[in-house]
Design a protein around this ligand. Structure first.
Ligand SMILES: [Zn+2]
Length: 376
């Protein structure tokens, strides 16, 4: 736990004052709320998404490839797309090696019920653990640097490299099959990396939130996406070596690659968590028992929450949930009492062992004093 004292939460969105850059003023509102002009998420509309996919697909075998993690958001996304484009949607799962057993059951049930074709990519044995072992301490070490801090604040120290690989492998799966459009199911408060127009200009969490609230009508090109992941790909290359990195990080930039685009489903379709859970349940989704708050597929999630709390003094999901509240997509009532829910050291040690980081090393990593964050 952090020794930073709680002060207050923003009266509008609930963002805690410990969060870097919060700056709650006398009105009780945080800087992000003061700077956010809109109070709703400017969804681009389902029709726009369908038109875009149709226009790009032409008569190709697959209309789109869907990044299907087995979580509730991507289950709902897959269901809707399968309804729009029967037999022309390919579901793709990257096996992170830390997914819940129940997630694999969910995937089986959902794919069966929807009747969609599904492929998965399984990394070589030990690859993901090596990634976690090498990159996790590195990201912690680099957390005070602006770019890395942003990534860490977004995803948590472990989620970031894993999520990047997930996206890269999804893009590769689509390229191999010449599928022109990739759909990803991040909720509106996740993954600012899809906004290259703002990348490099984001100096504060406020900039980040503004950038996020600007959906791109035609998504981003796969080429831009891969370019944006250069820092993490460099990190993977440095830590895992050329051969290991090549398999996951190298891309041939050909014509197909230049044409391919990545679209965020929830930039177009309203993000209503209650409706999403209901719809996903109808096609066989069951919330896994071992992922904890904020994830419906990853068993490392409790560990990441613990690490985030230890490093930053706030729950990993507070910024994301506050953004959803600010944009009228979530409620503050759900978000009370986080701090007491963050998993403690004893409960996450089995997860530390699972990714083969020793308890002593884990403690040493977390006890490193951070330099002053540049996000303040
Ligand atoms: Zn606020």
């Amino acid at each position: 736990m952090s020794d930073i004292k709680r002060v207050c939460d923003c009266t509008r969105c609930g963002l805690p004052s410990e969060f870097p850059g919060t700056q709650i003023d006398l009105t009780g509102q945080c800087r992000l709320c003061r700077e956010t002009k809109q109070d709703s998420w400017p969804s681009l509309g389902e029709e726009a998404l369908r038109d875009l996919i149709i226009e790009r697909a032409g008569s190709a075998r697959w209309a789109c490839l869907v990044a299907f993690s087995g979580g509730k958001d991507s289950t709902y996304m897959l269901r809707r797309l399968a309804e729009w484009f029967p037999q022309r949607v390919l579901a793709f799962t990257f096996d992170t090696q830390v997914m819940s057993e129940e997630t694999w059951n969910n995937i089986d049930r959902v794919v069966g019920k929807l009747g969609v074709e599904w492929v998965k990519h399984v990394p070589r044995a030990g690859y993901m653990n090596t990634l976690f072992q090498k990159v996790f301490p590195k990201l912690v070490e680099l957390r005070q640097k602006t770019l890395y801090s942003r990534g860490v604040l977004e995803f948590g120290p472990i989620c970031w490299p894993c999520g990047t690989l997930y996206n890269l492998q999804t893009i590769r799966a689509a390229l191999e099959r010449e599928i022109p459009t990739v759909l990803v199911g991040f909720n509106p408060a996740q993954d600012s990396t899809h906004y290259p127009h703002a990348h490099g200009q984001l100096k504060t969490p406020g900039d980040l939130h503004q950038a996020r609230q600007t959906p791109r009508e035609d998504g981003i090109s796969a080429k831009d996406y891969v370019t944006m992941t250069s820092p993490i790909r460099r990190l993977i290359r440095a830590e895992l070596g050329e051969v290991n990195a090549a398999e996951y990080c190298d891309f041939t930039i050909d014509t197909n690659f230049k044409k391919m685009r990545v679209l965020r489903f929830y930039d177009y379709v309203n993000y209503d968590e209650t409706a999403i859970r209901k719809s996903a349940a109808e096609v066989g989704f069951v919330a896994p028992p071992d992922c904890g708050y904020g994830s419906t597929n990853c068993t490392l999630n409790p560990l990441v929450r613990h690490v985030y709390q230890a490093l930053y003094g706030v729950d990993k999901y507070r910024a994301q949930d506050a953004a959803l509240v600010r944009w009228g997509l979530g409620s503050r009532s759900k978000t009370s009492d986080w701090a007491s829910q963050v998993p403690d050291r004893a409960s996450v040690l089995p997860l530390v062992e699972k990714i083969q980081i020793g308890a002593a090393q884990f403690d040493a990593i977390l006890s490193e004093k951070p330099a002053e964050t540049s996000l303040k």
